[in-house]
Design a protein around this ligand. Structure first.
Ligand code: ADP
Ligand code: MG
Length: 333
């Protein structure tokens, strides 16, 4: 009997099979950032869950309870944004260990409440159990998307341009600082913030929808690293993607830390994960006009980082070299 490592996280998910026993109750099941369900004439309902485990997704001693609460919700809201939608309500489940005083949990809920208030999401319920492993947090989030604004990973078209909404690799840099306290660069706070308390792109997706309309095609949020997210878009859309290394945006602090650590900063963007920016594809003919309008509304640039090509696979263009890149992001086993 082969062990799980031989099939990987996605092989395990495939073991479920089709899972659809009442097709009229679902529009899109497994295979995107959220499941898409019927709602009304003009909207679909979105639903997604995300689990955070101590020692794997966070380090209890290195994140404050406020940040942990904020981050657990941010990861889920990001999946709603990645579908083009707006979050509405969530359920919060906790597997409790011995850790955590009343004060610790008050701070945790303050983090949860602050991000929920900010994005107008209700805490509608959840579940509390004892865990004999580590502390475990699960957030299930619901949202709505206009039918015309639903964005799937499978919507990318050959000829599209590839964009990201902001600098990458910052979360990986923040993690490096946590794991290697002997290392220092200027302005560490900004990197630690990116890792410990990321912001989901709930507002950015509204600006994008307004600026791009139908020209916004494939979309994903960067939870597992740019390489893995581009692979998901490429595979779902039956296309290839070229990422231009020189065009990928970084904070100067991230680049400085990568240098100090002897790492390539591009690797932190490709394989680091948890940046929670959006990556997507836009019809080339409208790209410049859309970027202009996006910048006018948001005050921030859309970063063009590559193209969608015929074929399959994901490639990194560096000067004259075009090398295939693997899907490895953060894989759980
Ligand atoms: P994301 O990185 O956006 O959170 P995942 O990579 O976790 O998405 O999941 C990919 C797809 O597989 C999603 O559609 C998700 O709902 C589905 N999925 C993940 N784990 C399971 C599971 N244990 N059972 C059923 N579906 C799953
Ligand atoms: Mg996602």
């Amino acid at each position: 009997m082969a062990d799980l490592a031989s099939i990987g996280e996605f092989g395990l998910i495939d073991l479920i099979g089709d899972g659809i026993f009442a097709a009229e109750k679902i529009i899109k099941g497994i295979g995107d950032d959220c499941a898409v369900l019927p709602f009304d004439e003009t909207h679909y309902q979105l639903i997604s869950c995300d689990m955070l485990n101590d020692g794997i997704h966070f380090l209890y001693d290195k994140i404050s309870p406020y940040q942990l609460g904020y981050k657990a919700v941010a990861a889920s809201l990001s999946d709603i944004a990645a579908m083009g939608g707006t979050p509405s309500n969530l359920l919060l489940s906790i597997g409790l260990t011995q850790e955590g005083t009343i004060g610790w949990w008050q701070e945790f809920y303050r983090g949860v409440s602050d991000i929920c208030r900010r994005y107008r999401v209700n805490i509608a319920g959840g579940d509390t159990t004892k865990s004999n492993g580590g502390l475990c947090i699960n957030v299930t989030v619901l949202g709505l998307v206009k039918k015309t604004e639903l964005r799937l990973r499978s919507h990318a078209c050959v000829g599209d341009r590839l964009f990201v909404t902001g600098p990458l690799g910052g979360s990986r840099a923040g993690l490096e600082l946590l794991l290697r306290p002997e290392i220092h660069v200027a302005d560490e706070a900004v990197l630690l913030q990116q890792h410990l308390q990321p912001e989901p792109c709930c507002q950015e997706i509204r600006w994008l929808n307004q600026a791009a309309g139908d020209a916004l095609h494939g979309l994903n949020d960067i939870s597992d690293g740019l390489a893995s997210e581009c692979w998901e878009i490429a595979a779902a859309s039956g296309v290839g993607i070229v990422i231009e290394a020189e065009a990928v945006p970084f904070l100067s602090e991230t680049a400085a830390l990568a240098k100090v650590c002897g790492n390539k900063v591009i690797d932190w963007a490709l394989f680091g994960g948890e940046d929670y920016q959006l990556v997507g594809t836009i019809a080339a003919a409208q790209a410049e006009a859309i970027a202009l309008q996006y910048q006018r509304q948001s005050g921030k640039p859309l970063h063009w980082i590559g193209q969608v090509i015929a074929g399959n696979g994901v490639f990194l263009q560096q000067n004259a070299d075009k090398t295939p890149i693997k899907a490895k992001g953060y894989a759980h086993f």
